[in-house]
Design a protein around this ligand. Structure first.
Ligand code: PFF
Length: 452
């Protein structure tokens, strides 16, 4: 079925796609990866990964989305009607994005809780005690709680429903047009604050001056994995959003713009975090995973004047970033339901989000009261996180590259990148070469290393 829905402006296209890409991956995962990957060397390799693989794969996924003009499953059938089994790559992407969404929604709920508690001041109430131990305690007791995290998760599900019911232009595009500029303004404000701290020089040195002795094979593997995660690749997201791009959109330029803005957010986060951590002398261990934003940063805010204001602004930033990413993850399934099951938009939104109102709370409970229930030694939450990011995401990435490099018609990519011959595309050949040969081989390395 031809797709009639399109984004209405170039700004809307960029805002929505950046809204998807910029998420917890940039603000929460990236600084922790830099820290464990040896600082500036990780950053250097990460930047190389974005240019060498991220941009070419994103451009190709956009070509498949716009050229396929359908949902993640239908696009394959439209591009190669005679090659039957490839729709399964799209089905894998839909399944992965839905499973990611089920736990991402829970973390989005945490960010919203921290926003609410920053505004009310409850997060910093002296009755909870002071210092690092108090914040670790607060986070632990909050996320392992029963009702409150579920309520916040459901608030996020309801927010998704509200936006998605309003459609591609009236919902996704409109919300992104407001939220993305807000996000960048907040990031710049935080950079200003961080750079004025006494530890700014030491922080920037760690973040920006590479120490090549810290480089290991896992630096490359982690950087490549992080670039795919952060750019929302191989999940059907870019494919679905680009099916809403008009025929005149310049795909290479759009992919470059989106990838660079996503990289910029990651860079700004580094400029914010590392000077602050150096200034307040917090231990390196604090930078790991979830404790970074929910323990380390509140600890820093508590030592600054204007604690509640800074804390509220930061968690607003985090909530906005997480929220626009959940919308894109959900839209993959909504588009599928609309087009494959021929549901109305309303029914499709319900069919996607109502089951999530059960699945996400179950994920939330698996961190707390149900944590004794284990799958392969992991809670449901960690299991889904591991299986999707370490196995399903790279597997989808390899299959997508093989499809675009080997199965799709030879001139398909070039045709999309030149808008049917109307533009010159100097990079079509290089992009095709990377997607055909280099990207699948390297992603296979990530996959194998994730399995070991
Ligand atoms: N790219 C977004 C982020 O970095 O948080 C959202 C996201 C999409 C994360 C797809 C993970 C993923 F597999």
């Amino acid at each position: 079925m031809a797709n009639q829905t399109k984004f209405s402006s170039r700004i809307g296209i960029i805002a929505a796609t950046v809204g998807s890409a910029v998420g917890l991956g940039n603000i929460w995962r990236f600084p922790a990866e830099v820290q464990s990957g040896g600082g500036a060397v990780f950053l250097l390799v990460y930047i190389l990964c974005i240019f060498l693989f991220g941009i070419p794969v994103m451009t190709s996924e956009m070509a498949l989305g716009r050229g396929g003009d359908s949902d993640a499953v239908g696009a394959f059938g439209n591009v190669t009607p005679h090659r039957r089994g490839w729709w399964m790559v799209g089905a894998l992407a839909i399944l992965s994005s839905y499973l990611i969404l089920s736990f991402y929604m829970v973390v989005a709920g945490w960010t919203f809780e921290y926003l609410v508690q920053s505004v009310t001041g409850d997060l910093y109430s002296p009755e909870h005690g002071e210092g690092e131990a108090a914040f670790i305690d607060r986070m632990g007791s909050y996320i392992t709680g029963t009702y409150r995290p579920i309520v916040m998760t459901l608030v996020m599900v309801a927010g998704n429903l509200y936006v998605l019911l309003r459609g591609v232009q009236g919902g996704i595009e409109k919300v992104s047009n407001i939220m993305m500029p807000l996000l960048f303004v907040l990031l710049v404000v935080f950079c200003g604050v961080s750079l004025s701290l006494p530890g700014a020089a030491a922080g920037l040195e760690f973040f920006l001056r590479p120490d090549f002795s810290a480089m290991t094979p896992s630096t490359v593997i982690d950087a490549l994995g992080q670039s795919f995660f952060s750019l929302s690749l191989a999940m059907g997201i870019i494919l679905t959003y680009s099916s809403y791009y008009p025929a005149s959109t310049k795909l290479t330029r759009t992919a470059v713009t989106v990838s660079l803005l996503d990289l910029l957010v990651a860079l700004l986060m580094g400029v914010i975090i590392f000077p602050a951590v150096m200034t307040f002398g917090l231990s390196d261990a604090n930078l790991a995973g979830s404790s970074l934003v929910f323990v380390t940063l509140p600890e820093i805010f508590a030592q600054m004047s204007g604690t509640r204001v800074w804390s509220s602004l930061f968690f607003l930033l985090l909530t906005v970033a997480a929220f626009t990413s959940t919308i894109s993850l959900a839209e993959v399934s909504v588009a599928f339901m609309q087009r494959r099951a021929r549901m109305s938009r309303r029914k499709a939104c319900m069919a996607v989000l109502l089951p999530l109102a059960v699945l996400s709370p179950v994920c939330s409970l698996s961190v707390g009261p149900w944590s004794d229930f284990k799958i392969g030694g992991l809670t449901l939450f960690d299991f889904l996180d591991n299986v999707t990011t370490n196995i399903m995401l790279p597997l989808g990435g390899i299959l997508l590259c093989i499809y675009l490099g080997w199965v799709a018609p030879k001139n398909f990519l070039e045709n999309q990148l030149t808008n049917g011959g109307h533009l010159r595309s100097r990079f079509a050949g290089t992009i095709h070469f990377i997607v055909k040969w280099i990207a699948p081989a390297l992603i296979a390395v990530i996959l194998v290393s994730g399995l070991l």
